[in-house]
Design a protein around this ligand. Structure first.
Ligand SMILES: O=C(O)CCC(=O)C(=O)O
Ligand SMILES: [Fe+2]
Length: 178
């Protein structure tokens, strides 16, 4: 999963012609692995929002799960799109710090977990959450007339700390948007 993250991020940096910044930004990285067990399904509720809509406060997130689907992604036209994992697939999510780095070119993915009323099995999922330790600055190449600078430099751990005081509801725009 780590290699997948590195490969995708290298492609993103190359795509924007700023690969020269890749090594210095990513040289110090914190990755956490999460194994998530959802509540046992209860027949008393018709449908259950198992994880409320949110964006991840990481740079990127890679998720994997099998057996019990439920992940939904919000599209640009405000539709919720169910994501049906195959047991061998992973989903790569752009998160808040990547939105900052890209100066809003890559929006942080809004997602939630919604488990079907007919589901009787317990849902488990597995995630790789990636944070870069260095302060994240928008590359100057990604700032132009059409895309004026939209964020102040971001230290992702300070953002996480600030969120603790806001019950996790502090958005990246509110935290470091210009
Ligand atoms: O379980 C999932 O598929 C999503 C988990 C998730 O969004 C998260 O841990 O931030
Ligand atoms: Fe998430």
């Amino acid at each position: 999963m780590e290699e997948l993250d590195q490969m995708v991020m290298r492609m993103v940096f190359e795509n924007y012609g700023v690969e020269k910044y890749y090594d210095s930004l990513t040289e110090s990285v914190t990755r956490t692995l999460g194994f998530i067990k959802y509540k046992e399904p209860q027949n008393t509720v018709s449908t259950c929002n198992a994880l409320d809509r949110h964006t991840d406060k990481t740079f990127t997130t890679i998720l994997h799960q099998n057996h019990v689907k439920g992940l939904e992604i919000k599209t640009k036209d405000d539709q919720w799109l169910g994501f049906d994992y195959s047991p061998s697939s992973f989903i790569f999510l752009a998160a808040d710090a990547l939105q900052v780095w890209s100066n809003d070119r890559i929006p942080s993915c809004i997602h939630q977990v919604h488990i079907s009323e007919n589901e009787t099995r317990t849902r488990y999922s597995f995630g790789l959450f990636t944070f870069y330790d260095k302060t994240i600055n928008v590359p100057e190449e990604l700032v132009d007339e059409e895309h004026p600078l939209r964020y102040k430099p971001l230290n992702i751990f300070e953002y996480l700390k600030a969120n603790v005081g806001h019950g996790g509801e502090l958005s990246i725009k509110a935290y470091c948007g210009i």
